[in-house]
Every structure is written in structure tokens, then in C-alpha cells.
Design a protein around this ligand. Sequence first.
Ligand SMILES: Nc1ncnc2c1ncn2[C@@H]1O[C@H](COP(=O)(O)OP(=O)(O)OP(=O)(O)O)[C@@H](O)[C@H]1O
Ligand SMILES: [Mg+2]
Length: 118
Amino acid sequence: MKLVIGIVRPEKVNDVLHSLYRAKVRGLSMTRVQGHGGELDRVETYRGTTVRMGLAEKVRFEIAVSDEFVDPTIDALCEGGRTGAVGDGKIFVVPLERVVRIRTGESDDSAVTPVGAA
Ligand SMILES: Nc1ncnc2c1ncn2[C@@H]1O[C@H](COP(=O)(O)OP(=O)(O)OP(=O)(O)O)[C@@H](O)[C@H]1O
Ligand SMILES: [Mg+2]
């Protein structure tokens, strides 16, 4: 199992959700975050003055998946999140030790697999 963390542009969230749904990925969390990638200083003009914008608004997806879903999840994040311009975001894949579904007490693969799926 892996925790796939995808940081994307807020305006691409709906595209990412559609791509994940098409890839049959079920179960995710999303939070708004601020960050920066390679570019340390983002300079923008605001009301005629040039200001340094420290951090960019992004959305962070956290998706726990069984191993077979790692690549489809990454593909879906890339497909839904890409514009081709700098700042499209990044994906981190982290080993996941344990998952528990609270309602049933199921662990691990049966807990990340949606109810009703084989
Ligand atoms: N090394 C990192 N660790 C943690 N978060 C990161 C890292 N790199 C990027 N992020 C997060 O991803 C967001 C988007 O990063 P961004 O797409 O600008 O990465 P990049 O490496 O600069 O790629 P690009 O050249 O396409 O801009 C950042 O605002 C930050 O929230
Ligand atoms: Mg960048």
C-alpha cells in the first residue's frame, strides 16, 4: 500500500477528480495548502506595484491505495493536473504501513478497497 500525495493547482481540482473517478480510484482527502516549488521568488504586479508573492495556493490530495492502484492514481493526477506551465505541482509516493476501516475493523488492502469492489 502507498499514500499518494498529489499537490495540484486549485483550478485543476475538478479535472483531477474526474480523472481519478475514471481510473476507479475511490477514497481521498483534499486540503488547501500553500507552497513553492523550484521558483523561490514569484514576482507579480499588484495595482501597479511589483510585489513578491512568497507562496502559491495549491490543493493537496492524499490518496491511500493498494499497490495495483499506484500507477493509475499517478497517471490520473498527471492527466487531470497538467497545464504544461511551471507550477503544475508534484506527486509524492510514500509507503503505507497500515489502514483500518473504523466501521468494520478491516485492515489494509480490504480497507482501502471500496466496499462493493472485488
Ligand atoms: N520538494 C517539495 N516538497 C514539498 N512540496 C513541494 C516540493 N516541491 C513542490 N512542492 C509543492 O508543490 C507545489 C507546486 O510545485 P511546482 O509545481 O512549482 O514544483 P516545481 O518543482 O517548481 O515544478 P515546475 O518547474 O513545474 O514549477 C508547491 O507550491 C509546493 O506546495
Ligand atoms: Mg515550480
